[in-house]
Design a protein around this ligand. Structure first.
Ligand code: DGL
Length: 247
């Protein structure tokens, strides 16, 4: 099994981490569009165009599957990418919606949906959750978390940002971390809500989705990794080594 993982930049490495942890793939080809990140502030047509270009890039490899790790791309460009690809293309939004349903006992649960401006504007999570009977939804764009994660800022600046975004919100039963970067500040987000809320992580959600929809009977202990970036690939490789703890 050979998978292509696409993200606007480095954030999708959080999804790679989950894929590696579950040993699903023999080979992972990662492409981060670091020259054009962030996607979360771009409009629908631009995100669709970039998504189709990523599919073209992946045609250089004989892939069995493409995982769209980026929530903004999954929200806007999934069907266009599926049309232009010759292998299945799966995205983190549908996976996240299903993981949320599976994690929650009550349809009355309050669900805080965090994401980039693009992801929140798309209403993709809201539509998916509404169709499953969840109506207590709090969509909230939190774009400042993206540069804070990229700069590894976890001090009072992060705490002030958490307060800025969350101070007027009701306590959520679950929080969808609807952006590749947010799992890296998951513990800080959970702590803000007194560690009394369920977090939905795109990486874990996509693993659950893949295991439910494809045959993953074989476990690969030594997954081969290749990293590509549209700008400064060495920086992306260094981040991958740090985040994924591999040589
Ligand atoms: N990867 C993006 C996402 O998950 C976050 C970074 C960006 O804005 O490009 O939506």
């Amino acid at each position: 099994m050979k998978v292509g993982v696409f993200d606007s930049g480095i954030g999708g490495l959080t999804v790679v981490k989950s894929l590696l942890h579950h040993q699903l793939f023999e080979e992972i080809i990662y492409f981060g569009d670091t020259a054009r990140v962030p996607y979360g502030s771009k409009d629908k047509n631009t995100i669709i165009r970039y998504g189709i270009e990523a599919v073209e890039f992946f045609k250089n490899f004989e892939l069995d599957l493409i995982v769209v790790a980026c929530n903004s791309v999954s929200a806007y460009a999934l069907s266009e990418m599926q049309e232009s690809a010759s292998c299945p293309v799966v995205g983190v939004v549908e996976a996240g919606v299903l993981a949320t349903r599976n994690a929650l006992k009550s349809k009355e649960s309050n669900i805080l949906i965090l994401g980039t401006k693009a992801t929140i504007a798309s209403k993709a999570y809201e539509k998916g959750l509404h169709s499953l009977g969840f109506d207590n939804l709090i969509p909230h764009a939190t774009p400042l978390f993206v540069p804070l994660v990229e700069e590894n800022i976890k001090d009072e600046v992060l705490h002030a940002t958490l307060k800025h975004y969350f101070k007027d919100l009701p306590h959520p039963d679950a929080i969808i971390l609807g952006c590749t970067h947010f799992p890296l500040i998951a513990s800080e987000i959970a702590a803000y809500f007194h560690n009394n809320t369920q977090l939905i992580h795109s990486g874990d959600a996509i693993v659950e989705y893949l295991q439910n929809n494809f045959d993953f009977s074989y476990k690969y202990e030594n997954t081969q990794l290749q990293f590509f970036a549209s700008e400064n690939p060495d920086a992306l490789k260094n981040t991958a080594k740090e985040w994924l703890a591999y040589e």
